[in-house]
Structure formats: structure tokens, C-alpha cells
Ligand binder design. Structure first.
Ligand code: 48F
Length: 267
């Protein structure tokens, strides 16, 4: 590095390296093909496939660690389960698993979270943590991008104005909270593509039905805004499923296909 004058490590060069790299990355994603809100399993899988297909994908995560609800396994026991049907996604993301029943695979929760994050990044997904999506840009009946803020500023209720990222497609992958669809519905007089025109609310636990519905309900809920993963349950009135993750992986994969079709058509 040119900054290491006389072999002395200068702290300011470390800072310069970080600021320059961060600013360049951030500048490049200001106009993204797809912005995925939430770095849980469904968002990471969708992002990984989209980036592999050459799309400019940005994942925004409000917390410090991406990975969403994977890390804690089931009640802190360190495994999650997936159905055999989702095995090909595990294999695509180079995640190890062990068969525990005819149709069920056990996956180390930490291996799954770290593996999805690592593979998504290797494929070119830009993940930014500590950024909360607090609102959307909406005009002419369409979502045009996201309104973002520093998570710490929001946690402290500091009156800090936000910034914006434009995207051809925005994805609510925020899990149970369905933050993005909820915000769109609460702040605007809009009809969502649901039976009631509003988010319908998540139901209690019924794993098999829930897992199928997560994939079925992965779709565009309002022009420019798609839902995947657990937020589909809150938006379309689906059941929860507990620590089985095949539906999340398959939902992310389905979404990537829908978005690739959409992006190819809009070009
Ligand atoms: O909840 P989460 O893991 O989403 P998912 O992909 O997977 C659900 C499963 O983990 C689990 C389950 C399976 O049985 O039921 O719950 O649907 O990850 C959602 C991520 O979104 C982030 C949040 O911190 C989490 O990491 N998030 C939520 N709201 C925002 C956000 C927001 N407004 N801005 C940025 N990130």
C-alpha cells in the first residue's frame, strides 16, 4: 500500500481504505436492479441466484449480523431441518447436511447462516448491515426504491434524515415483521394484491401447510414490490412453520426466477 511510508503502519491509511471502499460500493448500488430488505435465508438465497445471473443485487440488513432467524436453530438447539425437496438449494450454496428421516435433513444452523452469507457475497451480492429500511419511494402507483437510515440513529430516535436507493424491484424479505409491506400499506392509500387489499396477518403453527404456502405466496404484492420467506405468511395470512427452513430456501429460489423474468422483460 502506498500509504505505508517507511514500512510504518499509518492508522489513517487503514481508515482511508475502509472509507474509500465503502463509499465506492455504496455509490455503485444507489441504482440497483434489486434491493432485498432483510438478510434472512429467503433473501440471501434470492440474492445469490440473482447475482449469479449477473444482476446488481443489494441486500440491506438492519442488524449487525446477516442470517436472520437461522442462527438460533430450534429454541437454541443448534440444528434446523429442511425437506429433501430443498436439498438442491443446499447443494447449490455448498451447505452440509445429514439425513434424519426419509424426507428430512438436519443442517447445522451456524453452518447454514454462514454458508448462505458467504456464498451470496462470493456471487456478488452487496450486503450492507446496520441499515434499516424505514420507508419506500412510491410514485405513479409503483414502488421505485427504498428509504434507508442508520439503525443506531433510529434506535435512539435521533431526528436524522434518511437517504435513498433506487431499484427496479424491491423485495420484502423481513420475516415475521413484514416491515416493508406493512409500511407501504399503513402510509399510503393502496390496494395490495391480497384478498383484503391489506396485510392479512400470520396464523399459528401448522408446518406442512405453512411450508407450501410460503412458496405459493412468493410473488409481487404491489407493482415494484415482491414478498418472499416468512413475510409472505404475514401478508397473505399463512401459518407459521417453526424451525423447518426448506420453504424459505425454495421461496428465495422461486423469487429469483420471477425477478429474472421481470428484469429480462423490462429491458
Ligand atoms: O426472519 P428472517 O430470517 O427472514 P426469512 O428469510 O426467514 C424466516 C426464518 O428465519 C424463520 C422461520 C423459518 O421457520 O420462520 O423466522 O423470512 O430474516 C429477516 C431479516 O430482515 C431484517 C431482520 O433483522 C432479519 O435479519 N429486517 C427486518 N426488518 C428490516 C430488516 C428493515 N426494516 N430493514 C432492514 N432489515
Amino acid at each position: 500500500m502506498s500509504g505505508l511510508k517507511g514500512k510504518k503502519m499509518r492508522e489513517v491509511d487503514i481508515t482511508r481504505g475502509i472509507v474509500e471502499k465503502h463509499a465506492r460500493d455504496f455509490y455503485e448500488i444507489l441504482e440497483s436492479d434489486v434491493v432485498i430488505v432483510g438478510a434472512g435465508p429467503s433473501g440471501l438465497v434470492a440474492g445469490g441466484y440473482l447475482a449469479e445471473a449477473g444482476r446488481k443485487v443489494t441486500v440491506l440488513e438492519k442488524k449487525l449480523a446477516p442470517g436472520g432467524g437461522i442462527w438460533g436453530g430450534g429454541m437454541g438447539y443448534k440444528y434446523v431441518i429442511t425437506q429433501d425437496e430443498a436439498r438442491h438449494v443446499l447443494e447449490d450454496f455448498k451447505i452440509e447436511f445429514e439425513r434424519v428421516d426419509t424426507d428430512l435433513l438436519a443442517v447445522d444452523a451456524i453452518g447454514l447462516a454462514s454458508g448462505l452469507i458467504s456464498e451470496a457475497v462470493k456471487r456478488g451480492v452487496r450486503i450492507f448491515n446496520l441499515i434499516t429500511v424505514e420507508d419506500l419511494m412510491v410514485s405513479d402507483g409503483r414502488v421505485r426504491g427504498v428509504v434507508i437510515n442508520n439503525t443506531f440513529a433510529l434506535m435512539n430516535n435521533f431526528p436524522v434524515d434518511p437517504l435513498t436507493i433506487e431499484a427496479k424491484a424491491v423485495v420484502d424479505a423481513t420475516g415475521h415483521s413484514h416491515d416493508i409491506v406493512r409500511t407501504l400499506s399503513e402510509k399510503n392509500d393502496v390496494q395490495l394484491d391480497t384478498l383484503t387489499g391489506k396485510p392479512m396477518g400470520e396464523r399459528s403453527l401448522f408446518a406442512e401447510t405453512a411450508e407450501k404456502a410460503v412458496v405459493t405466496n412468493t410473488r409481487e404484492v404491489y407493482p415494484g414490490l415482491w414478498v418472499c420467506g416468512m413475510s409472505t405468511a404475514a401478508v397473505y395470512g399463512g401459518y407459521r412453520m417453526g424451525p423447518i427452513f426448506g420453504g424459505m430456501l425454495l421461496s428465495g429460489k422461486k423469487l429469483s426466477g420471477l425477478l429474472l423474468d421481470f428484469l429480462n422483460e423490462s429491458r
